[in-house]
Design a protein around this ligand. Structure first.
Ligand code: HEC
Length: 474
């Protein structure tokens, strides 16, 4: 509302963020936070046993992780900032204000992590010079493991806050934000999860990097299998704790979050599939502990794919079930603050929207106003001609794809008025009755001209500074 609206009409903002963020999390967990301690562990074992080949294996795994984390990993990290601040600048603005110090610390720790990863990887060859040099090198590995974990630990506080702000809404302080109820269970879950994800990757790489050296391969597989055997039950226990802390209303969103509305009836089947896949993954990951040569090399791909799919699904669910809020009970996903809702429902949102092209609904401005309203109130989750297409959603409700909406104006208006009650994950409509009429007219118009939208990034904006809004405090 206080910002021009950036909108990708085919994939939508949600999917844009999801692509970048999920890729980032997978790389971060499986190749940095979880992997560095495992590589350091293998290096330590190599040193203790005087086993050059094990050291070499650890180095090659590190090389792989170094290549990916410093390229795709780093770029998607910056990509999260870019995409989230384009799609929802108001919520990122709020989070920066609350976690200003937290994010400052995060940057320092992150830069430390980058420096340490450079040192750790680039000085590996030189560490063979003497036992002292090797010991020092291993200590760098430990420090790097700690720094990688710390960057995750800070971000997880913010992710927890976005789901449930705890008592922050009463006392707006950083400490209240940091001690949100979901923080510790989520951190307790992600920590072993990251190592388990990384463990499956290390097992797979070991089969190929030590292909011609059964002794090293079996030894490393057995050790990593042992770590997984310990951590898989811990991850499961932490997941149960985490689940127990998720507010009930969010649990209610789980079904649609997992499947989408069209496939709701598949939920039970899908969950059986997820559980079976997890069981296969867990078994395949611990087999090497008991029998390192039991599985064929290609079979190690299965747990990697299983863990990646599970972690991806988990991120999708976590992001979805927080709806209708982007920041729990404080700001709706469409960037409207909960406390501003009554004002907008009374006066309409257009008079306060600085970047709207019109500020009043009249017969002449009907369609332009309707489009502005779609952009302000629906476009964070819907498109006009792509993923979660708003016209199609109405058509489906009234009979099926292609059902004419011309005669359905009244019913559509009533639906929008009650959308939050009809579908809890959608925020209440933040506007007045006149605005609902304009939005309905625009959606009806879209049926004949799908994709008739004018996002700020392609069509520019013409801000009207007469539309003002009381300054935001948080
Ligand atoms: C926070 C995200 C979000 C916002 C904002 C939002 N929606 Fe939705 N809406 C959804 C999701 C998610 C679905 C279900 C998609 C699916 O699974 O098929 C949905 C479904 C719908 C449906 C179909 C409901 C049904 O029961 O079949 C309609 C109609 C709809 N939205 C209209 C709107 C309109 C109009 C706006 C803007 C005033 C809007 N939505 C704003 C997320 C949102």
């Amino acid at each position: 509302m206080d910002y021009p609206v950036f909108h990708f009409d085919f994939i939508g903002g949600r999917l844009l963020i999801a692509f970048i963020a999920v890729l980032h999390v997978l790389i971060n967990h499986a190749l940095a936070v979880g992997l560095i301690p495992l590589v350091t562990y293998l290096e330590h074992l190599g040193f203790k046993r005087g086993d050059e080949k094990l050291d070499q294996l650890a180095y090659r795994i590190m090389f792989f992780a170094f290549l990916i984390t410093t390229t795709i990993g780093a770029m998607t990290g910056v990509g999260i900032w870019l995409s989230t601040s384009l799609v929802n600048p108001a919520s990122i603005g709020s989070l920066i204000r609350v976690f200003y110090v937290g994010w400052a610390v995060e940057w320092i720790v992150f830069v430390t992590e980058v420096v340490l990863i450079m040192i750790y990887f680039l000085s590996w060859k030189k560490s063979h010079a003497s036992p002292e040099a090797k010991k020092k090198h291993i200590r760098f590995g430990v420090a790097l493991s700690a720094a990688s974990w710390l960057t995750m630990a800070i971000i997880v506080a913010i992710l927890g806050f976005m789901m449930d702000t705890g008592n922050w809404t009463e006392h707006h302080s950083l400490l209240n934000g940091l001690t949100n109820p979901i923080y510790l269970p989520q951190l307790a879950f992600r920590t072993p999860l990251a190592v388990v994800m990384a463990g499956t990757v290390v097992l797979l790489l070991t089969q190929y990097f030590a292909k011609n050296d059964p002794e090293t391969r079996h030894y490393a597989s057995r050790k990593i299998g042992g770590v997984l055997l310990t951590l898989i039950p811990l991850t499961f226990a932490a997941a149960v704790w985490y689940y127990g802390r998720i507010p009930n209303l969010m649990i209610g969103n789980l079904q649609i979050a997992t499947t989408t509305q069209d496939f709701q009836e598949w939920y039970g089947l899908l969950m059986k599939f997820v559980w079976s896949a997890l069981a296969v993954t867990a078994i395949a990951s611990i087999v090497p502990f008991f029998k390192p040569n039991a599985l064929p090399r290609w079979a190690y791909v299965v747990p990697v794919v299983g863990m990646m799919a599970f972690a991806g699904l988990f991120e999708r669910l976590r992001e979805f079930i927080r709806k209708p809020y982007v920041i729990g009970e404080y700001m709706y996903s469409n960037a409207i603050r909960v406390e501003d809702l009554p004002l907008f429902q009374r006066d309409g949102i257009l008079p306060y929207a600085a970047y709207a092209r019109v500020h009043e609904v009249t017969p002449e401005t009907m369609l332009t106003a309707g489009e502005d309203l779609f952009m302000l109130t629906c476009s964070k989750c819907h498109t006009t001609n792509g993923v979660n297409n708003v016209t199609e959603k109405f058509e489906l409700m009234y009979g099926g794809v292609g059902t004419p909406l011309g005669e359905k104006g009244k019913a559509m208006g009533t639906y929008i008025q009650n959308m939050h009650n009809a579908r809890y994950f959608m925020p209440p409509f933040p506007g007045n009755e006149k605005e609902i009429k304009a939005l309905v007219a625009y959606i009806q118009h879209l049926q004949g001209s799908p994709g008739d939208v004018h996002p700020a990034q392609t069509d520019g904006v013409d801000p009207d500074i007469s539309a003002t809004f009381p300054a935001h405090s948080n």
